[in-house]
Design a protein around this ligand. Structure first.
Ligand SMILES: Cc1ncc(COP(=O)(O)O)c(C=O)c1O
Length: 401
């Protein structure tokens, strides 16, 4: 690393609150599926901002939208309709099972809105005692108080407690554990990630999702899918729920929805969405014209003929290639995930795997205790997928057990 890069890191982190341990490189710019550091080194970006840059970096259609819309209007009060908001909302409703959307700026805000909507619906429908939420072990839903309350790992951080009351825990993919804590009278909602992301890339089984749907119908409970990481083509379907053949009542969206621009949404079936009335929820930035123009452009790209089929094809290539590396060596112990949301467990410490990949020109991230998480842009070409596999194979062969 150059002295200049080291200085940028040192000075930055002297001003920043230490939420993250610093990476040993300074990122400069990106193009397509590649990112470049300030020393000119090129990286195949298989992190994509953790499943964010769905269209890669500097996508021409997105740049055009951002430039044009920034010059026209970036913000106005959320109570105004705009053509951009109409376009984004219409696209989201017409391509999903939902009737209404609420725009936010991040994943955690989408989850907060989902929890509040479900709680308000349950209050109106069943009464004040219906305030419990069922969440899952190893969940991750965000860092603000509502989202953190349904994220298991934060409960071991006593300095932030008390969290929201009425949270019940169940085991992922175990319907009996859900039934044990579900109640028609007191449960407002169940919140689940279709593929647990931070928890280690574990997909829910379609049977479990079907069982959850039936349980929620039977006990009149609101079913929330947190599709923040798994949505917008990440699993090979436009919306994550489509990959399971089950419709939730509410979904939380963000990340890939803006491909790098901060935009999110809560989407709801009318019965649930209409519980939110004037004065019960809102936002300053959510639904601003710039964010909505971006979301609409991302939607237009994702729904172009062949786009999702390409992501599915590259996913198969990645899973096949990883399985081949697993068979040929004893370095990989498990491969999980769906679509281009892939988790790989290895015999090595995750920090050395990520460091080795970085050295060899590839960015990826950690999930769970030690899982390598691969979430490249959905535009990853077949050649780029082969390059990623080559770098993974080389890196694993270089590491010492
Ligand atoms: C499933 C899920 N929900 C919510 C969030 C929170 O999103 P944000 O960091 O945009 O608030 C994340 C972030 O990683 C996530 O993976």
């Amino acid at each position: 690393m150059s002295q200049e890069a080291q200085n940028i890191i040192d000075e930055s982190f002297s001003y920043l609150v230490k939420t993250y341990a610093p990476q040993p490189v300074v990122m400069d710019y990106g193009e397509g599926c590649y990112a470049y550091d300030t020393d000119g080194k090129k990286y195949l970006d298989c992190a994509a901002g953790i499943a964010v840059a769905s269209l890669g970096h500097a996508h021409p259609a997105l740049l055009k939208t951002i430039n044009e819309q920034a010059a026209r209007m970036m913000t106005c009060q959320a109570s105004y309709a705009t053509k951009e908001k109409l376009k984004a909302a219409r696209l989201l409703v017409k391509t999903s099972c939902f009737d209404q959307v609420y725009f936010s700026n991040s994943g955690t805000e989408s989850v907060e809105a989902s929890l509040k909507c479900a709680r308000k619906w349950a209050y109106d429908e069943k009464g004040a005692q219906a305030n419990e939420i069922i969440a899952f072990r190893k969940s991750f839903h965000g860092r603000t108080y509502g989202s953190a309350s349904v994220t298991e790992k934060f409960h071991s951080q006593p300095f932030f407690g008390p969290y929201l009351g009425g949270i019940k825990w169940a085991e992922f993919n175990d319907i009996e554990s859900v039934k044990a804590v579900a109640s028609k009278e007191t449960t407002a909602a169940i919140i689940i990630e279709p593929v647990q992301g931070e928890g280690g890339l574990t997909p829910a089984t379609p049977e479990f999702m079907q069982d959850l749907r039936e349980l929620c119908d039977e006990l009149n409970i609101c079913l929330i899918f947190d599709e923040v990481q798994a949505g917008f083509g990440r699993l090979g379907s436009l919306h994550a729920y489509e990959s399971f053949g089950v419709e939730p009542d509410i979904a939380a969206w963000a990340k890939g929805m803006g491909s790098g621009f901060p935009v999110g949404a809560m989407a709801a079936k009318e019965k649930f969405g209409k519980a939110i009335v004037v004065g019960t929820h809102g936002t300053t930035y959510g639904g601003n014209p710039l964010a909505c123009a971006v979301a609409a452009t991302v939607m237009e790209e994702l729904t172009k003929p062949g786009f999702l089929a390409h992501a599915q094809k590259v996913s198969t290539l990645m899973f096949d290639g990883l399985n081949e590396i697993k068979r040929a060596s004893n370095k990989i112990t498990d491969i999980r995930g769906m679509g281009l949301m892939i988790g790989v467990d290895t015999v090595f410490d995750i920090k050395s795997v990520l460091g080795g990949l970085q050295k060899n020109g590839m960015m990826a991230t950690q999930a769970g205790k030690g899982t390598l998480r691969i979430t490249p842009p959905l535009i990853l070409s077949e050649d780029e997928a082969k390059e990623a596999l080559y770098i993974i194979k080389t890196t694993l062969s270089e590491l010492e057990e």
